[in-house]
Write a protein that binds this ligand. Structure first.
Ligand code: NDP
Length: 277
């Protein structure tokens, strides 16, 4: 009997923690699609082989997570605009012998902020902490929304300068003031939106940041999800609104689902269900 189900996977190392199978299966159920979606652990030096094996097995696409987003970018022979600018890929589409790379992290973050958390970015002052893959992957999507100012900061400040140099042309085209300030020199003034894109919450380390960047009208957003972080606690101590990154995770998955199936799933019930667990 022919298997009519389309097959997908998420690939990472480690991968046991991934919520992607649960999210994509929930989207498929809601939209009436029959899919298989599994989590695959790739050895650290075997990413390319793992992908080629999956293509030979007729998979239609994969999500890509830590630490393979850069390798996925290099492996793809076509790229979406967001993937090209971020030079990182979190969604691969296998179509007509082509490997097409997309990056849906920025779209996921912006949708979570604007649609789920009712926080518009236009004309806002934003502080983005971190200069790793997650930070770099979301900057273009934020610039597109035309905040008045996007300040980058990071423990290793040189990395923020590299990103600034790369993104400056886009910032100018959207008329956004893109600047870099060392963490220790952040002004004693609040930002409308403060995003923690460091892995400090993952490692339970404190992020040494001046509490004056938070305000009761600010939103403090930690990309980490699933635990109460010290970043969130610090923001709450200044009466800021707060959010974790679960909505971003679900929204980036919804965009990947749309790329593969051309159907936009609804996300609210999935976010609520994951949060209640
Ligand atoms: P990377 O390893 O690429 O980057 C880590 C970042 O954290 C760097 O900027 C690093 O600074 C900084 N950092 C690490 N330790 C410290 C410290 N002790 N003090 C200050 N800064 C520190 O990770 P990613 O960018 O891929 O991921 C970052 C976070 O985003 C993770 O928590 C991840 O779970 C989350 N994430 C969430 C997603 C979602 O959908 N919600 C999607 C993707 C990521 P330095 O450059 O100085 O080393």
């Amino acid at each position: 009997m022919t298997d009519l189900k389309k097959h997908f996977a998420v690939i990472g190392n480690p991968i046991h923690h991934s919520l992607s199978p649960q999210i994509h299966r929930a989207f498929a159920k809601e939209t009436g699609l029959h899919i298989e979606y599994e989590a695959i652990l790739s050895p650290l030096d075997e990413f390319k082989n793992t992908i080629h094996k999956l293509i030979a097995q007729k998979l239609h696409g994969t999500n890509v997570t830590l630490p393979f987003k850069k390798e996925a970018y290099e492996l793809a022979n076509q790229h979406s605009n967001h993937a090209k600018i971020a030079e990182a890929v979190n969604t691969l589409e296998f179509k007509d012998d082509q490997i097409i790379g997309h990056n849906t992290d920025g779209i996921g973050l912006v949708r979570d902020l604007e649609q789920n958390l009712n926080t518009q970015l236009k004309h806002k002052k934003i502080l983005l902490i971190g200069a790793g893959g997650a930070a770099e992957g979301v900057i273009y999507s934020m610039l597109e929304k035309k905040p008045s100012e996007l300040t980058l900061t990071n423990r290793t400040i040189e990395k923020s300068h590299v990103i600034q140099n790369k993104m400056d042309v886009h910032a100018k085209s959207f008329n956004v003031n893109l600047n870099v300030i060392e963490i220790a020199r952040l002004p004693h003034q609040y930002f409308d939106l403060i995003i923690n894109a460091t892995s400090t919450s993952l490692n339970n380390t404190d992020l040494a940041i001046n509490h004056k960047v938070f305000h009761k009208s600010s939103l403090a957003y930690d990309m980490m999800y699933g635990k109460e972080t010290s970043f969130i606690k610090k923001a709450q101590s200044q009466d800021s609104k707060t959010s974790d990154g679960l909505g971003m995770l679900v929204e980036q998955a919804a965009e990947a689902f749309f790329i593969w199936h051309h159907i936009q799933p609804t996300t609210k019930s999935v976010i609520e269900s994951l949060r209640s667990h």
